[in-house]
Design a binder for this molecule. Structure first.
Ligand SMILES: Nc1nc2c(ncn2[C@@H]2O[C@H](COP(=O)(O)OP(=O)(O)OP(=O)(O)O)[C@@H](O)[C@H]2O)c(=O)[nH]1
Ligand SMILES: [Mg+2]
Ligand SMILES: [Zn+2]
Length: 319
């Protein structure tokens, strides 16, 4: 059958497994597609040219029962991460999202403040509203963990981020997640084992989604979810489940840009003595003073410095 018999259509990428893409059209039909031929992309080189949430144009081949993605429509936004610690290549986690949620846990597995802050900075960089969901609060039984949670909740709320504390296991505060995800395209990201898929299962009764027990020995996730998929919410909207992300950087920043993505550092940095203050070593730095005075959380400043010095080899950490 010739090329002429193929029908051009537009749709939304709702599932990505390896090199196969499931695409949903406006009339709610689903088509299995692959990338073939010269795909037109304007963006930078990513390890995955087509991501979940992309709107694409494809040609459907009835005889082969397979579609061929030809074009990616302009993205409203996207969230990316480095493919590996030292690699210069990026992977697009998802495109065209309305709200990004970081699912975090203080134990089993621990989520570091630097990881949280990298996520938030990435969301800021792409202008995507971001919320932190602390899951597994049923496990936070010690004073230390309760204090940590209290501290972190205050730190992030103070900056202006929403924080939701839940237990999927005990069905606690899930109403707040329903409220926050309603009628939007939402991304769930976070380390493996924090309960992203468990939460989606709790929000969408009857859904088929794989959840595995944590490895007994490491109490870490095992990357149970190996593909990205978008699920329709019964109360309106979508949730994107993604495979767990390890501890490496979500996005590589240029040092000049970084301060824009820490809203409280940017705000207070307006009062520094030098216009181009990087808040690392300069005299008369209002940010440093605010950290010392407790107005900026030291964990946030630490993350800022870690990212700043991590991503800029020519600068050396002063300590
Ligand atoms: N104690 C406790 N365990 C939970 C809770 N939510 C999820 N879990 C458990 O955490 C483990 C990991 O859950 P998943 O939903 O597979 O985690 P995930 O974030 O999707 O992990 P990946 O797919 O590997 O990225 C499972 O054993 C869940 O039963 C919770 O609120 N409390
Ligand atoms: Mg999962
Ligand atoms: Zn400064």
């Amino acid at each position: 059958m010739g090329k002429n018999n193929r029908i051009k259509q537009e749709g939304l990428v709702i599932k990505v497994t390896g090199k196969e893409y499931l695409i949903k059209t406006k009339d709610h039909k689903k088509y299995k597609c692959v990338i073939k031929g010269n795909l037109r992309t304007k963006e930078f080189k990513a390890t995955n040219p087509v991501a979940i949430g992309d709107i694409v144009e494809f040609e459907w081949d009835e005889e082969k029962n397979l579609g061929f993605i030809r074009e990616i429509k302009d993205r409203k936004n996207y969230i990316i991460r480095k493919s590996a610690k030292l690699s210069r290549q990026f992977q697009i986690i998802a495109a065209n999202i309305d709200h990004a949620f970081l699912v975090a846990t203080l134990i089993n597995p621990p989520t570091s403040t630097e990881f949280i802050d990298r996520f938030l900075a990435t969301a800021e960089a792409y202008n995507i509203p971001a919320t932190i969901i602390f899951n597994k609060i049923d496990l936070y039984t010690t004073d230390e963990l309760q204090e940590d949670l209290f501290f972190l909740e205050n730190v992030y709320k103070e900056i202006g981020y929403d924080v939701i504390k839940i237990s999927v296991k005990e069905n606690k505060n899930l109403e707040e997640v329903r409220e926050a995800t309603k009628n939007k395209i939402n991304l769930f990201t976070g380390h493996s084992g924090v309960g992203k898929s468990s939460l989606i299962k709790a929000l969408i009764p009857g859904i088929e989604i794989k959840i595995d027990n944590l490895s007994e020995y490491h109490l870490k996730g095992k990357n149970t979810t190996s593909h990205s998929e978008m699920y329709e919410l019964p109360y309106g909207g979508y949730l994107i489940d993604t495979p767990g992300i390890k501890g490496f950087g979500l996005y590589e920043f240029k040092k000049e840009e970084l301060l824009h993505f820490f809203p409280e550092i940017f705000r207070i940095g307006q009062n520094c003595e030098f216009n181009d203050c990087t808040h690392t070593h300069e005299p008369g730095c209002a940010v440093k003073a605010a950290v010392e005075g407790g107005l900026i959380a030291y964990t946030r400043y630490e993350s800022y410095l870690d990212i700043f010095f991590d991503e800029n080899e020519k600068y050396r950490k002063p300590f």
